[in-house]
Design a protein around this ligand. Structure first.
Ligand SMILES: [Zn+2]
Length: 431
């Protein structure tokens, strides 16, 4: 382990000509904002000296021992040389961190492959052209997922004393979303009980006429039984994409016992293709709304159709057994046929075989049979992406929804993003 200890002295001159102390508060407040960044720049500079000593040895005497870092281009772990005298080669780098705005006089080393780089920036996790430390970038992304960009920048400045512009925050979010890539599959998940697939609408992209309800955001989740690791896992999502495009992310939940959808035909045919053999359930919560809608299409008055939809909904939801749910369904279907409710009849014929799946699979009724978990998530997405009077670009909304979902469900690619590398081995104390 490479260690470097630094002690910095802070000089405070207090002068009192006539017994009273004037201006001491102002002097300390003035220095307050600069204190920690100045301290950080100083101790990091000291650490850099130790880093170069270890890797390059004394000046003009190249050493062959293994350095505490590798060459970013060729991966070599030794044979580095300081690039000239420090005083001439040093360039200062502006880095925004959670400890404030740092001005670092980074030293460069040269590798035998010809590549020149700054080992200190590598140790801090700051890329060659980057300006943010991983800690600040992560905090910025968290704030961006909750607040408009301008307010996120203001909040970041209050917290850390430094912040990128709102426009740069937008770029940061788009880059993060590219890494998170929710359209890409994740590795196989164990112990999955249910797959939930649903969609909502997000007002983004060019307006489509008067009755514009936005673009579909499709989300797929995997659910584990209680006590078997993380309960909810995000499988993937896409904005303004097709059901078929969501298909590949479902492979990670191949072992699921049941797949729940809102009953939409596209979602169902995609599931049948991607996860054949996994029994399908139409969300029992959605069926109340869809039934109500079909009864409205058939001209059934408000009070009566509400009562009918609620009665059938309850009969399925609280059925003691699959048989009893099926009986309720067939009597509802018979009533619809008797009354010549064309739309309702067609709809019930379609969904009926998929409404009691959860009870057939587990007579105790413990299996998931709604996508209501997703409803809550969608409200959260809409709060950020659907505020009144703001129209998002499709690209911006796509990035933001990916960020919100990945953060909410702790997607592994979000967890790896901007992470401080390795265990926390640094300490500071006031003596
Ligand atoms: Zn190299």
């Amino acid at each position: 382990m490479l260690r470097s200890e630094s002690t910095c002295a802070v000089h405070v001159d207090l002068a009192s000509p006539e017994g009273s102390l004037g201006g001491w508060e102002r002097a300390l407040v003035e220095v307050r904002g600069e204190l920690v960044p100045a301290l950080a720049s100083r101790v990091l500079g000291r650490f850099e000296d130790r880093l170069l000593e270890r890797a390059c040895g004394a000046r003009r005497q190249p050493v062959t021992r293994v350095a505490p870092f590798g060459c970013p281009r060729c991966g070599a772990g030794s044979g580095f040389r300081r690039r000239g005298r420090r005083s001439r080669q040093v360039r200062s780098r502006q880095v925004l961190s959670r400890a404030g705005h740092l001005v670092l006089r980074v030293a460069m080393v040269g590798c035998r492959c010809g590549h020149r780089f700054a080992p200190l920036l590598g140790a801090l996790g700051v890329g060659p052209r980057a300006r943010l430390t991983p800690g600040l970038a992560r905090r910025a992304l968290e704030l961006c997922s909750e607040l408009p960009y301008a307010r996120a920048a203001a909040q970041l400045r209050r917290e850390a004393g430094a912040a990128p512009s709102p426009r740069s925050l937008g770029r940061l979010v788009r880059r993060a979303a590219e890494v998170i890539a929710l359209e890409r599959s994740r590795s196989q998940l164990g112990n999955v009980e249910a797959v939930l697939v649903d969609e909502t609408r997000v007002r983004a992209g060019p307006r489509k006429g008067q009755d514009d309800r936005g673009r579909e955001l499709k989300i797929a989740l995997a659910l584990r039984p209680p006590g078997a690791g993380r309960r909810i896992e995000l499988l993937g999502a896409n904005l303004a994409g097709s059901w078929a495009a969501l298909g590949p992310v479902l492979h990670a939940a191949r072992g699921a016992r049941i797949a729940v959808t809102d009953g939409e035909w596209g979602a169902r045919s995609m599931l049948a293709q991607v996860l054949p053999g996994i029994p399908h359930q139409v969300c029992t919560f959605h069926v109340r709304h869809s039934l109500d809608h079909r009864l409205w299409q058939d001209g059934v008055p408000f009070a009566r159709r509400r009562a009918l939809a609620a009665r059938l909904g309850n009969a399925i939801e609280f059925a003691p057994s699959a048989e009893s749910a099926e009986r309720a369904l067939s009597s509802a279907l018979a009533a619809a046929e008797r009354n010549r409710w064309r739309h309702t009849t067609k709809h019930l014929r379609e969904v009926a075989p998929h409404l009691a799946t959860w009870l057939r699979l587990d007579p105790e009724g413990r299996l998931t049979h709604t996508t209501s978990l997703l409803e809550r998530t969608m409200r959260e997405v809409n709060r950020r992406v659907d505020p009144v009077g703001v129209r998002w670009s499709l690209e911006g909304a796509r990035a933001m929804t990916a960020l919100i979902l990945a953060r909410r469900f702790q997607h592994p690619r979000w967890l790896r993003l901007c992470q401080d590398r390795g265990p926390a081995t640094s300490r500071a104390r006031i003596s």
